[in-house]
Write a protein that binds this ligand. Structure first.
Ligand code: CTP
Ligand code: MG
Length: 225
């Protein structure tokens, strides 16, 4: 492979709840992080995986990942996802020119999606995101709880990870895009650079709330993930 995958895993998981950071919560006996890293490691494009762990759990996370067959580095994450990504990006060695930014919380993301994103970068796109059509009707609502408008859903997409970048594009985005961003592609957009979409996967759902853990469990039981 020729790509590095950064796996931010340092979040607390406030919306999911529970006693341990979300990335260490288990699905059928394996942590979300191990699920995510194993699937990324199975992608032919991947040469190196860099995990950003909760700072107080770096050695535990290293231990947890010893069984995974991959070139792996664990660093301490930061206070925001953006921070955690920056810390992981900082240790990617020279010579790796494609960098994918993932989420431990998208634990069931198939290796095929990782390869599809990396391929689109390899084909010449500086920034690539996997997207799905939005299924719900979306409305803009004002602060009184009144509907201001119905947004044209046909031009909206829900965005997933891994997001793929030519290394220099991601480095520039992190160095120059000010403020907080919920994804890395948003920082690239801020620079005025193009971001290309490829089809996402329903299996790449982000495990955010308790119901998502139940859905993920069901996907594993049904052997579709
Ligand atoms: N993340 C991180 N460092 C942070 C915050 C988030 O590495 N300081 C990671 C999470 O571990 C997760 C990914 O970014 O894999 C996506 O974030 P999210 O789903 O929001 O996870 P949490 O921040 O842990 O959840 P919550 O916002 O509910 O606390
Ligand atoms: Mg969060």
């Amino acid at each position: 492979g020729d790509a590095a995958v950064l796996v931010p895993a340092a979040g607390a998981g406030v919306r999911l709840g529970g006693d341990v950071p979300k990335a260490l919560r288990e699905l059928r006996g394996e942590s979300l992080l191990v699920h995510a890293v194993k699937r990324a490691a199975a992608a032919a494009s991947v040469r190196l995986i860099v995990v950003a762990a909760p700072p107080h759990l770096v050695s535990e996370v290293r231990e947890l990942l010893t069984g995974v067959d991959a070139d792996l580095v664990v660093v301490a994450g930061g206070a925001s996802r953006q921070d955690s990504v920056a810390r992981a990006l900082a240790v990617v060695p020279e010579g790796i020119d494609i960098v994918l930014v993932h989420d431990a919380a998208r634990a069931l993301t198939p290796p095929e999606l990782v390869d599809a994103v990396a391929s689109a970068v390899r084909a010449g796109h500086g920034a690539v995101i996997p997207v799905l059509p939005v299924v719900d009707t979306i409305k803009r609502v004002d602060s009184n709880g009144d509907v201001a408008a119905t947004v044209d859903r046909s031009e909206l997409r829900a965005v997933q990870t891994p997001q793929g970048f030519r290394r220099e594009v991601l480095v520039k985005a992190h160095a120059e895009a000010g403020g907080e961003h919920t994804d890395d592609a948003g920082m690239v957009e801020r620079l005025g650079l193009p971001v290309h979409c490829v089809p996402g996967s329903e299996l790449a759902l982000k495990i955010t709330r308790p119901v998502d853990l139940i859905i993920a469990e069901a996907l594993l039981t049904a052997e579709v993930a």
